[in-house]
Design a protein around this ligand. Structure first.
Ligand SMILES: *Cc1c(COP(=O)(O)O)cnc(C)c1O
Length: 232
């Protein structure tokens, strides 16, 4: 067995165990394999194991690899510039990183042109870190209002957050809990523009805590593919 298979096997068992321990169903947590910097070959190995969803953080990488990768659902998880929305709007099943009215309006326009409804998550910057994208609670409420008011080609499917890096994941539990609270506040409201179903939080270093706090999607790269080497 190669190491990507072994890592996936271990990760899958781990996720199942965490779910059992906190009384959640395994099928309620989707494992998204994060494939930035990985080759199409590595990606196809993960897909042959059974990965159904992959996440990329750069438009360019989606464009470069899209035709070389076996059928799979693509997620845009990184910061998205408005001028690049048009390249991926009909390639990805979910955009996790919507954090401004301007970006939402561009997504709405491009989705309309393609005759599709764009499924998006709003990215919350729970820790208020200046170096991170995402918006605070007030910005989130304004954004949601403006999408439900005027973006007929968007459906808001939930929230995403990236916790600050901390060697002890216990220290970021508070941020996951906060975002889960926002999620719960809005998940009862269902209409044509919003239907909160997904809570995307947790990466290689903190997915255990994220699942305990209610994540429905975890975005995991290095625990599957090994450490990233950005120089290649
Ligand atoms: C890279 C990345 C991940 C995965 O990070 P790992 O630590 O490798 O698991 C998750 N989410 C986003 C937005 C990323 O850019």
């Amino acid at each position: 067995m190669n190491s990507i298979f072994e890592n996936l096997q271990r990760l899958d068992e781990n996720i199942a165990q965490i779910c059992r321990r906190c009384g959640r169903k395994r099928e309620d947590v989707l494992l998204i394999g994060v494939t930035k910097t990985r080759t199409p070959q590595e990606m196809n190995t993960a897909i042959s194991w059974g990965i159904t969803d992959i996440g990329e953080n750069k438009v360019q990488e989606i464009m470069d690899k899209y035709d070389q990768v076996d059928p799979v659902r693509w997620h845009m998880i990184g910061h998205l510039q408005t001028n690049k929305v048009k390249y991926i709007i009909d390639k990805v099943c979910l955009i996790h990183s919507v954090d401004s009215v301007k970006l939402a309006e561009e997504i709405n326009k491009r989705a309309g042109e393609k005759g599709i409804t764009a499924q998006i998550l709003i990215q919350i910057n729970a820790a208020g870190e200046e170096s991170k994208f995402g918006i605070d609670k007030e910005g989130f409420e304004n954004l949601l209002e403006s999408i439900t008011g005027s973006c007929e080609h968007i459906k808001v499917k939930g929230l995403m957050t990236i916790a600050p890096y901390d060697p002890d994941p216990e220290n970021v539990r508070v941020y996951f809990r906060q975002v889960k609270e926002y999620f719960d506040q809005y998940k009862e409201i269902k209409n044509s523009r919003m239907d909160f179903e997904h809570l995307s939080m947790g990466m290689s270093g903190d997915y255990e805590v994220a699942i305990e706090e209610g994540a429905t999607m975890v975005r995991i790269g290095s625990a599957i593919f090994g450490p990233r080497n950005y120089n290649i």
